[in-house]
Design a protein around this ligand. Structure first.
Ligand code: FNR
Length: 190
């Protein structure tokens, strides 16, 4: 692939539906975009005391290097209490520091939220957008992806079985890749 996309999954649960959506994306036909899941489970809760004395945990150093190497970022997240799970917010915070070395800056991004509830993680999706404005991830606005009642789309096999959901995710992925390419090319011109 020409472009590296990191997927950040906002759920640590082993049987996470959001992980299964990420898995579906990984299994799609090869394109110019190569996807991989970035592990955010090992990042200690952000503490500025440790970071600012220039002695960050090794997992922070690894994570920041990995984020820096990405051409684009795809967030696939659960909703906790109408917002994003703390583990995902923590990862965004870690990647944004130390001050002046925000690793997200200028990268194209997109968000898929899903939940067992009918609103499809709308609250998480939009709280996430708020933080992405500040760290300057250029987040695709349309199409939006709120996958509600996700248990009806994912069968006992643990894979996505709904044809409608599969078609939607494929078209979302295509739209994201067009969006990302546009942003990457624009950056190349300055
Ligand atoms: C939830 N869940 C949930 N669902 C929702 O639609 N809106 C919400 O605000 C919340 N809040 C919430 C808080 C906490 C602490 C938990 C553990 C769960 C339910 C959630 O959608 C469900 O557990 C999903 O299965 C989580 O996504 P994963 O882990 O399957 O990817």
């Amino acid at each position: 692939s020409i472009y590296n996309v990191g997927i950040l999954v906002g759920s640590l649960r082993k049987e996470s539906y959001n992980k299964k959506i990420a898995q579906f994306i990984l299994e799609q036909e090869e394109s110019k975009f190569g996807y991989r899941i970035i592990d955010i489970s090992e990042l200690p809760l952000y503490n500025q005391d440790v970071d600012d004395v220039g002695n960050p945990p090794p997992s922070y150093v690894r994570f920041r290097k990995e984020v820096a190497s990405l051409d684009a970022v795809l967030f696939i997240t659960a909703e906790y209490n109408r917002s994003i799970p703390a583990v995902l917010k923590n990862a965004i915070d870690v990647g944004s520091r130390p001050y002046g070395k925000n690793k997200w800056d200028g990268k194209p991004g997109a968000i898929i939220s899903s939940s067992t509830g009918v609103y499809g993680g709308f609250g998480a999706n939009h709280h996430l957008r708020q933080s992405l404005v500040f760290v300057n991830i250029l987040t695709m606005q349309q199409p939006e992806a709120y996958l509600g009642s996700i248990t009806t789309c994912i069968g006992p096999s643990g894979t996505i079985e709904s044809q409608k959901t599969k078609d939607f995710l494929r078209s979302f992925k295509n739209a994201f890749e067009q969006w990302a390419e546009r942003i990457i090319h624009t950056k190349g011109q300055d």
